[in-house]
Write a new protein. Sequence first.
Length: 95
Amino acid sequence: MTQSHNDPQNKPDEAIAVALSYDETPASLAKVTASGKGEVAEQILQLAFSRGVKVRTDSDLAQILSEIEVDCPIPLEAFAAVSEILSYLYRCQEK
């Protein structure tokens, strides 16, 4: 997830990037595996692009997920949006 807009908590136009991982076991929840703002966000994005990882821009979701500690599951408020993203990624992998 990425964000790039004016936000009172961030510098103007400061990027936010959040990486998620998902274990396909039935009881598993998606969790935050990396998160950063500014230069760290840019590094996360560069790593994703260089490895062919799909990136989605969603400023609201990026803001929510950036508050979650790394290695923690996503909050209930983000389930619907993250489920939609995972569904999109699975469809991309099938092609």
